[in-house]
Design a protein around this ligand. Sequence first.
Ligand code: MG
Length: 391
Amino acid sequence: MSPLRKRIVLLGSTGSIGRQTLEVVEAHRDRLEVVALAAGSSLNLLEEQARFYRPRMIALYSEAAAELLRQRLAGLPIEVLCGEAGLNRLAEIPETDLIVNALSGFVGLSPTLTALRRGTTVAMANKEPIVAAGELLMDSARKSSAVIFPIDSEPSALFQCQRGDRDAVQRLLITASGGPFRGWTKERMRDITPEMALRHPNWNMGPKITVDSSSMMNKGLEVIEAHYLFGVDYDAIEVLVHPRSLVHSLVEFKDGSIIGHLGVPDMRVPIQYALSFPERWESRWPRLDLAEVGTLTFEKPDWEAFPCLEMAYAAGRAGGTMPAVLNAADEAAVELFLEERIGFLDIPRLIEDTLGRHQRVHAPDLETLVEVDSWARRWVREKAPGIREVK
Ligand code: MG
């Protein structure tokens, strides 16, 4: 008799984290079952996944793409939905054990909120909704006793290091690789192209997060994420540059002990932990050989060369709508950078300008957050041409 399988809804199944999540599912087909899949585009891959995993439901971003997929999957018992309403339907499937949110960006907020309100556990690979709507999400989770589980390697490491000892935590030490431009001066950063920013030394991730890693905004967003997820003050969250990405984060306790999480930089490890929790399952991914590694090094971040880090701390401390503005301005600026319409150093310039223009709203609801999010994106796009010239 096969054991009871965990039923999983996977949002963002065609992206980097989504595909790696399916690799974990593949390795544990006896324990995991995919009941629904959602993707933004990548119609062909989604069709392939649908034929293989046979989920009950699928959601795509556009109605046109959904209609096309409906025709292609005609005859199979799979309902194809679209848009935000589609994502929310997936988040409402009864008897779901876990929703894996691997959507890129702010779009994952609405289904996350829907799931948490129903008391369903959400494993978040996508930090943007927690950054933008941390107070709202944590509050919804508290009310329904739902759990938000981090998939990203650093918050997952922090989660694992604190297990059972949350009350004795003194400081969180979040490690950062420093990205491809560690040690660079601002002067040298002027001519960074998207191609250069997309070459991350250690991790294999999607384009937005890879650019964020190169500007260190990714670490700033993780600081805000850790603040909300673990209820730790910003003063007690430190960023530590560790270029090899083998120590994924550490927790310092009241007695001075520091517990860290080590492993090869492979996203399938934290993904599998999120899917297996509270158990730990075997895996066949590569292992870390510490004797071969020899030396682990740590250093303080260069705050001057990477201003995104300080902006994230400031927005996090200000709270209310500020983290949402930071998040939206960053997403919009990174998009423009990837389209080669602004330079690398224009990313922090645009974000700073947007933060400076915003009137903070205290304890925002979903509607306010959505409004603020679209305002910040609009502002960045309107300001971009001017910013470029002052370069
Ligand atoms: Mg990370």
